[in-house]
Design a protein around this ligand. Structure first.
Ligand SMILES: Cc1ncc(COP(=O)(O)O)c(C=O)c1O
Ligand SMILES: [Zn+2]
Length: 420
């Protein structure tokens, strides 16, 4: 890991010790004067940087804003988010065959996914910028979170969704929280192209994970995992396995580790291996890791039942690929059937997740079988969204309801129990 340090101490244009840096050319920008999502000079991705780096003893309270000293603001529009459980899953742990397996269940956030962590920060920044219309492209969860946080802030919200490819729970959320929903004749990547054009014209404020402030909120997943795991297990996890779509969380966790190692709060040898999992039918990050590429190739045609990660052009690839490589992690593709089996395995432990989330556990199983993960590893799998997000997929994975008569005798007979 040669690039973990953030060796910038004298920002040219800091605002209260916060600025934006282009990850490609190093150009720096003032954070809140002008709306920008990428570098003016080279179009590279931007990253939020701070004069002061985080240490453990300055965190207090619970949830995302516990980590305000590592964020651009003290607080924001909050429902509140974060503070999610780190479940143990003893049967799954021994079945997969690792020393320790814990599940960080981000489905327990207010709108049922990790996106809330990004939105509490992103909507706070939107308020600072004085914008009035928020927008995103979404495979579903971002739209639910944007709709809830936007309406809480009293702002107009516009969401672009791939028609026919968004789970029922997510559309219901976006709709009930009052978003204007556009169902686009195209996949997620097409939705993002369009909303990106609207944002470039200044017609909307973009709250996809291309927006670097969203990733600051999502960075708190890493801070929380490290603190919880250390407090409960007395050590840091060896590996964090997560589902990958746009690779925002992968980039955010990597940034978390870099800031902590740079401040001295996390020893370099304790940095967990970032391990990404994609559905086989939408796996440009896996391809890039396997081929040794610095960028991903856009997959025009993508398909998976895990609709949340049905993404062919991960916008954060250039931030996330170094994170996987430099922490010693890897990336793996899994089939829809492996995802469905992992969803059932988690449900048997009482942990209800949507298909994309179960990809992390499915991926861990594949990597363990290949011996790419060893038996003595302590692993955290991230589950990103709640089971109720996609009730149809949950019903397909589970048992079928059985019609019975409305009498005790009829039910006894159906169950094969002895008569009275
Ligand atoms: C449930 C779920 N899991 C995973 C992802 C992918 O996350 P990322 O874009 O950070 O890779 C998403 C994003 O849409 C999601 O909704
Ligand atoms: Zn640049």
């Amino acid at each position: 890991m040669t690039h973990l340090a953030l060796n910038e101490t004298e920002p040219g244009c800091a605002s209260d010790g916060v600025w934006l840096t282009c990850i490609e050319c190093g150009e720096r920008f003032s954070p809140f004067e002008t709306v920008r999502y990428t570098c003016d000079d080279c179009d590279g991705l931007l990253e939020v940087r701070y004069a002061d780096l985080p240490t453990w003893d300055e965190f207090e309270g619970r949830g995302v804003w516990r980590y305000s000293s590592a964020l651009p603001f003290e607080t924001g529009v909050s429902l509140p988010e974060g503070g999610t459980p780190l479940h143990d899953v003893p049967r799954l742990e021994s079945d997969v065959g690792v020393e320790r397996l814990r599940i960080k269940h981000e489905g327990m956030n207010p709108t049922g996914s990790f996106k809330d962590r990004g939105m509490t920060v992103g909507v706070r920044v939107a308020q600072e910028m004085g914008v009035d219309r928020l927008a995103c492209a979404s495979t579903g969860n971002t739209s639910a979170a944007l709709a809830a946080y936007g309406s809480r802030a009293g702002l107009e919200t516009l969401v672009l969704l791939p028609r026919g490819k968004v789970a029922a729970g997510k559309i219901a959320q976006a709709s009930c929280h009052g978003a204007r929903i556009l169902e686009v004749d195209g996949n997620f990547d097409v939705c993002l192209d369009i909303v990106g054009d609207l944002a470039d014209e200044g017609d909307v404020y973009l709250l996809n994970s291309l927006n670097p402030f969203r990733l600051e909120g999502q960075k708190t997943i890493g801070l929380e995992i490290l603190e919880q795991f250390r407090d409960e297990e007395g050590t840091y996890p060896d590996r964090i396995v997560l589902p990958v779509g746009n690779a925002g969380n992968t980039a955010a966790l990597y940034k978390c580790f870099r800031e902590l190692t740079a401040s001295g709060a996390l020893p370099m040898e304790d940095v967990p291996k970032l391990t990404g999992v994609q559905a086989e039918g939408a796996a440009p990050m896996v391809e890039a890791i396997e081929e040794g590429w610095k960028e991903t190739r856009r997959w025009e045609s993508v398909e998976t039942r895990a609709t949340a990660i049905r993404i062919g052009n991960p916008v954060n690839a250039s931030k996330a690929l170094p994170g996987i490589r430099e922490t010693g992690g890897t990336a793996v593709g899994v089939s829809d059937e492996q995802i469905r089996a992992a969803q059932r395995d988690l449900a048997e432990e009482g942990v209800g997740v949507e298909p994309a989330s179960a990809a992390s556990v499915a991926g861990l199983r594949v990597l363990r079988e290949r011996e790419d993960v060893s038996a003595d590893e302590r692993v955290v799998c991230l589950t990103t969204g709640h089971l109720l997000k996609d009730p149809d997929a949950a019903a397909e994975a589970g048992s079928q309801p059985e019609p019975v008569p409305g009498t005790t005798a009829g039910v006894r007979e159906h169950l094969g129990l002895a008569g009275e």
